[in-house]
Design a protein around this ligand. Structure first.
Ligand code: SF4
Length: 375
């Protein structure tokens, strides 16, 4: 078992292909023009993964996450090859959370059956809304019928099933009814509920007003708490023991190796970021990888930004260990005290964390702390 102070790591693989573009989408995604591009892209992912895997040296690999785009457009052997590479590097696959993002529109019973034998042990299903009118407004290719047809099969094969939804978008929504319809067909152990931020493009749907959006978020929280979920991060809820291992590595500023066009990496030991250009052709040809080292101030900001998203917050000792200096030497104690006095932050058991009110005003909390960073 890794000790608390060992650097934890994850691998992220980006599959940029989608068969159509959702109107609200702000991710790097591109149409899958033909099979040969998919084949070349697969080869490039495998090549880069093998080439860059040594960058995880000195860390404990805990997760693999294939996101997109639409990873469900890839075939089972691709996921098996990733498992083989991870295993041959000496990691026991059974100790790794291996997630694939799935669009319920793309998959069949055969695809699910084959995926089960690849080492993948967690599914993140992109539902977004369980209402055809809203799905149309979002420009999703998925319909409620697709979900009714494929989600029970997925749930039958993968106990560790997460559901992704978006609020703050779509007219006349009844979030409570959407959730209850989802629970009628599946029993997920994890929910992500993200607030919609419109991308900067002309045809993007307008967001709902703040009040409606806040009411929808409240409905998510109340309904999921009643169902036995715990809100462990601003946008994430889970049953006990099913918190996302992969995302926790981001929030705790571990190391992650991102492979694929547009994918980003962070090496927590070297304190170095790297990213591939959002360009499929250059990724395939082995170009477009850049690296940069953030300043100390940027590193402290990132650490606070990620750490305060989770309800357990930041373990002060871990932060001191990460930066090799006392907390008071990084941040003015007076700023912490005033945020505690305002009821936005708490300090307890060697951790600082947001109160419920602080979570609602996370940006305000962060800006105040950033102002008082001593670097
Ligand atoms: S499926 Fe996901 S990545 Fe693809 S266009 Fe829709 S939101 Fe974007």
């Amino acid at each position: 078992m890794p000790s608390d102070m060992q650097v934890k790591s994850g691998i992220y693989i980006h599959i940029p292909f989608c068969t159509s573009k959702c109107l609200y989408c702000d991710f790097f995604s591109t149409p899958l023009k033909n099979e040969s591009i998919r084949y070349d892209y697969e080869k490039a992912v495998i090549r880069e993964l093998k080439r860059r895997l040594p960058e995880l040296k000195g860390t404990v690999l805990r997760s693999v996450y294939v996101g997109g785009g639409s990873p469900s457009l890839m075939e089972a052997p691709f996921f098996s090859r990733i498992s083989d590479i991870v295993s041959s590097a000496g990691t026991l696959l059974k100790d790794v959370e291996y997630t694939v993002e799935v669009n319920p529109h793309d998959i069949s019973t055969d695809w699910i059956r084959e995926l089960k034998d690849t080492g993948v042990n967690r599914i993140s299903a992109g539902i977004q809304a369980f209402d055809d009118t809203v799905l149309k407004e979002m420009g999703r290719r998925t319909a409620v019928e697709d979900m009714i047809n494929t989600l029970p099969d997925l749930a039958g094969s993968f106990k560790n099933l997460s559901v992704d939804m978006i609020y703050g978008i779509g007219s006349g929504r009844d979030i409570k009814s959407e959730l209850s319809q989802i629970f009628e067909i599946i029993d997920p152990v994890h929910f992500s509920a993200y607030q919609y931020t419109p991308p900067e493009k002309k045809d993007a749907p307008a967001p709902l007003d703040e009040e409606t959006s806040a009411a929808q978020e409240k409905t998510f929280t109340e309904t999921l708490l009643k169902k036995g979920f715990r809100r462990y991060e601003v946008s994430n809820y889970s049953k006990k023991g099913f918190e996302s291992v992969h995302n926790t590595t981001y929030w705790e500023m571990g190391t992650w190796l991102g492979i694929g066009a547009g994918a980003r990496s962070f090496n927590s030991i070297k304190r170095e970021h790297s990213f591939y250009d959002e360009n499929t052709a250059s990724f395939i040809s082995g170009e477009g990888l850049s690296r940069y080292s953030p300043s100390l101030r940027e590193q402290i900001e990132e650490f606070l930004l990620m750490g305060l998203r989770i309800t357990e917050g930041i373990e002060i000792k871990r932060m001191e260990n990460h930066f090799g200096t006392a907390f008071e030497k990084m941040i003015e104690s007076s700023s912490l005290k005033s945020l505690i006095d305002e009821g936005l932050l708490k300090k307890n058991n060697g951790r600082i964390f947001c109160t419920e009110k602080g979570m609602d005003f996370l940006n305000t909390v962060l800006l105040k702390l950033f102002e008082f960073i001593k670097a």
